[in-house]
Design a protein around this ligand. Structure first.
Ligand code: NI
Length: 399
């Protein structure tokens, strides 16, 4: 097998340029037109590459034909940025007010473009075609689901899919893997507490929805600690509360919004039932009425065991055993979960911190920037994942 080091080194300067361009011009979900155009422009120049653009709005799906037959492996990156203001002060900081690549998707995209460049250069070695999926709207829009529906995993059928995500807390040069349930399901919680408004000095003439809402918030905290399996991580957070207009009026209603995160379908169903029961009956105890709406978001992300073991092997050989870390679950959501409902695969974490002990700048922080030094690591693992894949990796998988 060819040494990829010189090919990655040769591609790196233009990948760094691309990363900075993407970072300066972030676009939120389903608006990634400039990002998609930059990606398509680079991919279209590569030998053996067939492109589909405009998939589910802005998605780009590329297929690299291989000389030899074999299973089709897919790699996926998410293209969208976040509606927030960057505070890095870097020369390549966002030039779009109120929009920033604070989740590092600029880096995720760049690593995938890099993998396309390098794999196209070693096409004669590949056994089976490679699918490159650049999807819109991971940050809440469920672009992954739409791309699955648009045939991203078909013609030819994808045998396995892999993805990376930038991960603060892991040093550059290391990767993190986790088999099984690795990221949470996400349900939105909306609760409206209906009371009856009155003078603030005569509360007995109405029903105070704010007092009921306060008790509902406290009561919801007992669900995770008393109703759910303590060995299965889960979170219920009320993140917004809204009610009232002034000092001396008890309002008619209060609204609460939040999120439920779980790592199992059973925990999710139990928690949903409990949220409804606790909110409705607690409000009732205070003479108010709770109207509960639970909107399903992303499913639990489950990394397939054999696909995760493949990443581990590839990582150990490419980076050294010390640089492949077994990481804990995250209760963040990730719409890569949709692809994994159709084909086996795994998402792995790409280290982006300067060292194990450097201060952590979390994802979604206004000070987060994907480090260019992590690009070669991402490109290398993507490429090795593909060229070392064969049917035996996912043989016996149930999907
Ligand atoms: Ni992200």
């Amino acid at each position: 097998m060819r040494d990829l080091t010189p090919l990655i080194a040769e591609a790196l300067p233009s990948l760094v340029t691309l990363r900075h361009e993407l970072h300066q011009h972030p676009e939120i979900g389903f608006h990634e037109h400039g990002t998609a155009a930059r990606v398509a422009d680079r991919l279209a120049k590569l030998p053996g590459m067939t492109l589909r653009t405009g998939v589910a709005g802005t998605g780009v799906i590329a297929t690299l034909d291989a000389d030899k037959p074999g299973p089709c492996v897919a790699l996926r990156a998410d293209m969208d940025a976040l509606p927030m203001t960057e505070e890095t002060g870097l020369p390549h900081a966002s030039r779009v007010p109120g929009c920033a690549h604070a989740c590092g998707h600029d880096g995720n995209v760049t690593c995938l473009v890099g993998a396309a460049v390098v794999l196209a250069a070693i096409r004669e070695e590949l056994r089976g075609p490679v699918r490159f999926i650049f999807q819109p709207a991971e940050e809440g829009g469920g672009g992954g689901r739409l791309l699955c529906e648009a045939g991203a995993l078909e013609t030819p059928p994808v045998a396995a899919i892999f993805a990376l995500h930038a991960w603060p807390g892991l040093p550059i040069g290391a990767i993190g893997v986790r088999a099984g349930p690795a990221m949470a399901s996400t349900d939105s919680i909306d609760i409206v507490i209906h009371g009856s408004g009155t003078h603030a000095a005569a509360p007995h003439r109405g029903t105070d929805p704010i007092l009921a809402a306060a008790h509902v918030i406290v009561a919801l905290q007992s669900i995770v600690s008393r109703n759910l399996d303590p060995t299965q991580p889960s979170v219920i957070t009320i993140a917004r509360i809204e009610s009232g207009t002034t000092y001396n009026v008890i309002p008619d209603r209060a609204t609460l919004c939040g999120t439920l995160r779980t790592l199992s379908a059973a925990g999710r169903a139990q928690a949903r039932e409990a949220i409804r029961r606790v909110a409705e009956r607690t409000a009732e105890a205070y003479g108010a009425r709770a109207e509960v709406r639970l909107t399903p978001g992303y499913p639990v992300l489950t990394n397939e065991a054999a696909a995760t073991a493949h990443i581990e092997r590839v990582g150990r050989d490419a980076l050294g055993a010390d640089c492949v870390r077994d990481v804990s679950v995250s209760l963040g959501g990730e719409d890569f979960a949709y692809y994994l409902q159709h084909v086996p695969g795994a998402i792995w974490r790409l280290g982006v911190s300067a060292s194990d002990s450097s201060p952590l700048v979390p994802l979604h922080s206004p000070r987060f920037d994907f480090p260019d030094a992590a690009i070669p690591v991402g490109v290398r693992i993507h490429c090795e994942t593909v060229r070392r894949f064969d049917e035996s990796v996912c043989a016996g998988s149930s999907k």
